[in-house]
Design a protein around this ligand. Structure first.
Ligand SMILES: Nc1ncnc2c1ncn2[C@@H]1O[C@H](COP(=O)(O)OP(=O)(O)O)[C@@H](O)[C@H]1O
Ligand SMILES: [Mg+2]
Length: 363
């Protein structure tokens, strides 16, 4: 049995006509860093809170370390939790905030001291040890909140949007710190976020949810390269993948404005027997350079650039394709201006196809 098993978990809140979580099944191995990601309201926190024991499980079974947990009290589940609103005790120093939970648990004083020192060291809080929370930066406060969780020796960490209150720069550095911490401690971690970048950069595996239902579970690059459906394809990656409804006819794709694209043999095989599909292409797989256009001369298309975003490390180019705003991501040295006409091609192996009705990936 996996370290954590969720079997067909359902949640229906009283007074809510809809399930907040439906038929959620997942196995988590010991030491894994799992991200629950999805738009606001998709059921991430509810699932996490059922694992923690703060919400009743309406249906299904939850096992932690082989033991059924449905009826076990939160305090007896061996978990530590970090929330978005980590209320530190304002009148207590960093050190006291970190050790307070252990005192409540009647841990011997010597052990408390050792664990607190260890946490302060590992989180780089030594010089702030005696400070009160009001005299700390947001990132330092967040580290204290992490400290309170890690001293508890829990085999399972649950984190619910712990970085959402921090500014963008701090979020990036804290996300690295949490990743590093996980490498050191190796506690099984479930990390809830609405931010696909956090999920992509931190998780061993991502669980992507929508409307209480798991859409896909996999390694970050599996979701990025092989999304199971249009929702996953659109949620992971920025700028968003470009999508087009196209007709499949005589070995070509016909766009809405009449433009056609000649399919490769492999693509023809994949799309055999279909007359309409959704085509998906990521911005970085739209290529403007001669290197690519010369490779696929039969499929050169023309873009009239309507806007450019200079990001520093790369540029986003906007243009109209078959009546639809399309975004390409190009190298920072590929300078383009509004009004420029440029030839481009799609990288055939990077084109995604989805069923026009079900929106499921065509493999
Ligand atoms: N106490 C509650 N009573 C009724 N509905 C709730 C309650 N808490 C959350 N919900 C609903 O359950 C769904 C999932 O919420 P939540 O798990 O908080 O989403 P997320 O954390 O992904 O943003 C939402 O539609 C929300 O409105
Ligand atoms: Mg939430």
């Amino acid at each position: 049995m996996a370290f954590i098993e969720l079997k067909n978990i359902n949640k229906r809140y009283k007074g809510n006509p809809k399930n907040s979580v439906s038929d959620f099944s997942l196995q988590i191995e010991e030491g894994e860093f799992i991200a629950f990601v999805g738009p606001s309201g998709c059921g991430k926190s509810t699932t996490l809170r059922m694992i923690a024991g703060f919400e009743d499980i309406t249906g299904g079974e939850l096992y932690i370390d082989g033991q059924k947990m449905n009826e076990v009290k939160p305090g007896d589940r061996g978990i530590a939790m970090v929330f978005q609103n980590y209320a530190l005790y304002p009148h207590m120093s960093v050190e006291k905030n970190i050790s307070y939970g252990l005192k409540n648990m009647k841990v011997p004083a010597k052990t408390i001291q050792e664990k607190t020192d260890w946490a302060i060291d590992i989180l780089g809080l030594e010089e702030y040890r005696k400070r009160k929370p009001k005299n700390l930066s947001g990132g330092q406060r967040q580290r204290v909140a992490l400290g309170r969780a890690i001293v508890k020796d829990s085999k399972l960490f649950l984190m619910d949007e712990p970085l959402s209150n921090l500014d963008a720069k701090l979020r990036v550095s804290m996300r690295n710190e949490i990743s590093q911490l996980h490498k050191k401690l190796k506690n099984t971690t479930i990390y809830v976020t609405h931010d696909q970048v956090e999920a992509m950069t931190m998780a061993d595996r991502i669980v992507l949810m929508k409307d209480g239902v798991i859409q896909q579970v996999g390694k970050p690059m599996e979701l990025y390269e092989h999304p199971d459906n249009v929702f996953v394809a659109g949620f992971i990656g920025s700028p968003q993948m470009n999508f087009f409804f196209v007709d499949v006819k005589d070995g070509t794709l016909a766009f809405r404005d009449g433009m056609t694209y000649r399919l490769t043999e492999a693509q023809k095989e994949k799309l055999a027997g279909r007359d309409q599909v959704i085509l998906g292409i990521r911005g970085e797989d739209i290529k403007f350079s001669e290197l690519y256009t010369s490779q696929y001369p039969e499929n050169i298309m023309t873009a009239q650039i309507t806007n450019t975003e200079v990001m520093g490390n790369e540029n986003n180019l906007y243009f109209d394709l078959a009546g639809q705003t399309t975004t390409a991501r190009v190298d920072k040295y590929e300078i383009c201006h509004e009004g420029d006409e440029r030839h481009f091609v799609f990288v055939p192996e990077k084109m995604h196809f989805f069923d026009a009705a079900t929106e499921q990936a065509i493999r």
